[in-house]
Design a protein around this ligand. Structure first.
Ligand code: FES
Length: 241
C-alpha cells in the first residue's frame, strides 16, 4: 500500500445541490469499478478518507462523481480548482469486461463508475438510471451507450418509478449494477438468476482491508468490500434480511 499522495484539483463542477464532479490531475491505471480514497489534506483524522469510484480517466485527469453523504464528502465538496487533495488508489476489484449485450443499472449517484465502464466495453451497453427527481450526468453517455432509459420517483423525467421497473432482463447477457443498497437488493431479488456484477457502496475507514469496517456476506464467507469488491458477482452475495 503506497498511501496517500497529493494532487491538484483541476475542476469542480456541481451537478446539483448534493452531487458534483471533481477532476484531479493524476495518472491512473485503474479499471472501471475500482475506486480511490479521497481525503481533504487539512484533516488530521486518518479515517476521513472517502471511497470514490473512478468516473472517467482522460490522459492525466481522473474524474470523480461525488454525492455529499456526510462530513467527509462535505469537506470534499468545499474544495475548489487549484486546491490540493489526497488520493490513494486505485483500490479494490472492478468490473469484468464481458462480451455480449449488457445493461448498466444505476441508482442516483450509482451512475458514477459507468461512464468509464461504457467506454471500455466492446459492445455499447444500455444505461438505465433512476433518480428521485430530475436527472444529471446522462449527457455524458450519449456516445458510449446504445440507449439511455431514465426513471424518476416523482415522474419529472422519464418513467415515473424506478429504473428497475423498465429493465427488460431478457434483452441482456449481463447486468452491471451500482446504487444504494435497497436498489441492489431489489434487483437481485427480482432477477436472482441473471448474470449480475454488482458494485457495493459501503462506509470505508481504511480502503485496503485493515479496519474491517466494510464487510459483506457472500457464499464464500465474509469479505471486505474494499478489498475483494467493491464489485461482486450478484449470485454470490447474501443479504440477511
Ligand atoms: Fe477498512 Fe474495508 S475499509 S477493511
Amino acid at each position: 500500500m503506497s498511501g496517500y499522495s497529493v494532487h491538484k484539483i483541476l475542476e469542480m463542477k456541481p451537478l446539483n445541490d448534493e452531487v458534483f464532479v471533481m477532476c484531479v490531475e493524476a495518472e491512473s491505471n485503474g479499471a472501471p469499478g475500482q475506486f480511490y480514497m479521497l481525503r481533504e489534506p487539512d484533516t488530521t483524522d486518518p479515517m476521513m478518507g472517502r471511497p470514490i469510484s473512478i468516473s472517467d480517466v482522460d490522459g492525466n485527469k481522473i474524474y470523480f462523481l461525488i454525492q455529499i453523504m456526510g462530513e467527509g464528502t462535505k469537506l470534499l465538496s468545499k474544495k475548489r480548482a487549484g486546491d490540493e487533495i489526497l488520493l490513494m488508489g486505485p483500490l479494490g476489484n472492478g468490473f469484468t469486461l464481458v462480451e455480449g449485450k449488457t445493461a448498466m443499472l444505476a441508482g442516483t449517484a450509482g451512475i458514477a463508475p459507468f461512464l468509464y465502464l461504457s467506454k471500455q466495453l466492446k459492445q455499447k451497453p444500455d444505461l438505465y438510471v433512476g433518480y428521485r427527481s430530475g436527472s444529471y450526468y446522462t449527457e455524458e453517455f450519449k456516445d458510449t451507450t446504445e440507449n439511455i432509459y431514465i426513471a424518476t420517483e416523482d415522474g419529472s423525467v422519464g418513467h415515473k418509478g424506478y429504473a428497475l421497473d423498465i429493465l427488460d432482463i431478457d434483452k441482456y447477457d449481463t447486468i452491471y449494477v451500482c446504487g444504494p443498497m435497497p436498489m441492489v437488493k431489489a434487483t437481485l431479488k427480482k432477477f436472482p438468476d441473471a448474470n449480475t456484477q454488482v458494485s457495493l457502496e459501503a462506509y470505508m475507514g481504511c480502503g485496503f482491508g485493515a479496519c474491517m469496517s466494510c464487510l459483506c456476506d457472500t457464499i464464500k464467507g465474509r469479505k471486505g468490500i474494499c478489498k475483494v469488491g467493491p464489485v461482486f458477482n450478484g449470485k454470490e452475495l447474501i443479504f440477511n434480511e
